[in-house]
Design a protein around this ligand. Structure first.
Ligand code: ATP
Ligand code: MG
Length: 560
């Protein structure tokens, strides 16, 4: 990694530069605070690159903190996957991972302090009553009848809430702020609720759990976070964040700044909805290569470098950040162009018989794994009497300008000879099943005499090729914003209605012998076809399995 990668200017960098110049801070501390209620997705990758990237650029620190205040939805599998994904993206957190649940005692003590200061009270309103009392965006709320309980009574009730004397949902602890505030978040927000749920870290120790806003502000302050960066939907929560820190005895006050959420077209960026895809079996798991999860993209063959390049390109601002899939694929492709070695593969084969193949005369050649990177090495590309070429590279009735194979036409085999198609053999249904071709033996490594052969195609020797399974992926949804389509009744339609039934195709293909030696998660460009990766879990050297990461934008046409 290098600092250039994160060097773009954006408003948060301006703020940090000012804070460092003015001496407000001498070092910066950020945090990435996922809730462990699912696997991380492409939106989180943006937030990770921002938070860890800033720490990296400014020689500061970034914590990984699990915001684990909803025990029913959270678990260790998600914690583990999040750690793995952050590491895989190329980042490391300062010290041990933190958990909001590590602070449950402190959070409880601060709540007791707020009660003692007359700034919090125990409420008996039910959830539904509370909604009625809350008012609306245009009407003020009403005070709860329990709002004026004495400090002693509140202290007693809160202790008994903690001790498990009351049923789930029967009481809450609320901040006493202002039921008439124009900001609904300040209308006496609940900061504790009763919930008898097993917690992945604290087990059954607690039956009351603190709410997100309260927890988040205090966790940031405990960790001496200087810049607390979150997405724009938390803008209206900022006054509450500040209120909490202004009303507890804590020695520092992090500042919250908001940036826009990344949305990826033809995709979904919500853990809850991604969870639905997994639990309803629409995909094969969180790390299905079609998923916009970090682990899915990893399995698809995306690289950490490519994802970081993407995050840099989408940028940080407060304006809408809706990005087309082509931006993501472009970054991945661009990064793979120079990092992935190349080989040939035939995905949809048709057989070629070389009628004048002559073991004594016909030669194989050695070819580099990458035209611009001799350090990637070379291998022999063996030739034999029978070849496979791509069925698409032959046409019986070619359109004008056709540069690939047709009866009577010539084409160069990549890294090998020019061949001419003498005859197309068809079966009883008229389908071409075999091409009989002749080699011009005078064209190995040199141009043919007296004519130009422009087309170059990829091919494999049938005798040497290795059978492989290849999975081709297309976008997971058929509409750009699957979770924003409304029906005739004005209601949102279920986004699973827009799943693309053809998002995955599995085919039998042929690849070069080197495929039988590859470890899982090895990336190659298959020339003219795209970038591919050996599957992280199912690939075996004696039974190769490739995922197509991304297609090539252009097929090359130039002669070698
Ligand atoms: P989700 O709805 O998918 O669960 P979230 O915001 O609730 O998203 P968290 O686990 O709370 O998920 O997010 C951790 C951090 O990642 C937060 O700071 C959040 O703002 C950020 N984040 C989440 N989604 C995006 C996104 N689409 N773009 C940018 N940042 C995001
Ligand atoms: Mg969330």
């Amino acid at each position: 990694m290098n600092k250039e990668q994160f060097a773009d200017n954006h408003f948060i960098r301006t703020i940090i530069d000012e804070d460092l110049a003015s001496g407000k801070h001498t070092a910066i501390q950020t945090r990435f605070p996922p809730e462990p209620n699912g696997y991380l997705h492409i939106g989180h990758a943006k937030s990770i690159c921002l938070n860890f990237g800033l720490a990296y650029v400014y020689d500061g620190l970034c914590n990984l903190r699990f915001d684990d205040t909803n025990p029913e939805k959270e678990n260790q599998e998600y914690v583990d996957s999040i750690k793995e994904d952050v590491h895989w993206l190329g980042f490391d957190w300062a010290g041990e991972p933190r958990y909001a649940s590590d602070y449950f005692d402190q959070l409880f003590d601060y709540a007791v302090g707020l009660i003692k200061d007359g700034k919090a009270y125990v409420d008996d309103l039910s959830a539904e009553e509370m909604r009625e009392y809350r008012g609306t965006l245009t009407e003020p709320g009403k005070n709860s009848p329990y709002r004026e309980r004495s400090i002693e009574e509140n202290l007693d009730l809160f202790m008994r809430m903690k001790d498990g004397e009351f049923p789930d949902g029967s009481k809450t602890l609320r901040l006493k702020i202002d039921m008439a505030s124009g900001n609904v978040n300040l209308r006496d927000p609940v900061i504790y609720r009763i919930r008898r749920a097993y917690h992945h870290n604290t087990g059954n120790t607690w039956c009351i759990y603190p709410m997100y806003d309260y927890t988040h502000a205090i966790s940031d302050a405990i960790e001496h976070v200087t810049h607390s960066l979150c997405t724009l939907e938390f803008e209206a929560h900022r006054p509450l964040y500040d209120w909490v820190l202004d009303n507890i005895p804590i020695d520092n006050h992090p500042r919250q700044y908001e940036f826009s959420r990344l949305e990826l077209l033809y995709s979904i960026t919500s853990k809850r909805k991604l969870n639905q895809l997994v639990s309803e079996g629409h995909v094969q798991g969180w790390d299905d290569p079609r998923m916009p999860t970090i682990s899915g993209m990893r399995r698809r063959g995306y690289t950490p470098e490519g994802l970081r390049l993407f995050a840099k390109r989408v940028g940080i601002s407060k304006s809408e950040n809706v990005v087309d899939m082509s931006v993501l694929e472009g970054a991945i492709r661009e990064e793979l162009e120079d990092s992935a070695p190349r080989m040939m593969a035939v995905l949809n084969p048709i057989k070629v018989e070389l009628v004048n193949y002559d073991e004594a005369l016909t030669q194989s050649r050695s070819a580099p794994y990458h035209p611009n990177h001799p350090e990637f090495g070379e291998r022999e590309v063996p030739i034999s009497k029978t070849l496979y070429i791509e069925a698409d590279d032959f046409s019986l009735n070619p359109p004008p300008g056709w540069q690939r194979l047709t009866v009577g036409g010539e084409v160069r085999l990549r890294y090998s000879y020019v061949i001419k198609c003498e005859e197309a053999v068809t079966d009883s249904s008229g389908r071409v099943v075999l091409l009989k071709c002749s080699i011009d033996h005078d064209t190995l490594g040199k141009k043919p005499e007296g004519r130009k052969v422009k087309g170059v195609i990829h091919w494999l020797s049938a005798e040497h090729a290795v059978a492989a399974t290849v999975r081709l992926y297309d976008r997971l949804f058929t509409v750009p914003r699957p979770d924003a389509v409304r029906g005739d009744d004005g209601q949102y339609r279920d986004f699973t209605e827009f799943l693309n039934p053809d998002s995955m195709t599995q085919i039998d293909a042929w690849v070069e012998p080197v495929a039988a030696t590859l470890a899982p998660e090895t990336r190659y460009q298959f020339e003219r076809l795209g970038y591919f990766v050996t599957d992280r879990y199912e690939h075996k050297p004696d039974d190769p399995l490739f995922n197509r990461t991304v297609a090539l934008k252009d097929t090359w046409q130039k002669a070698e």
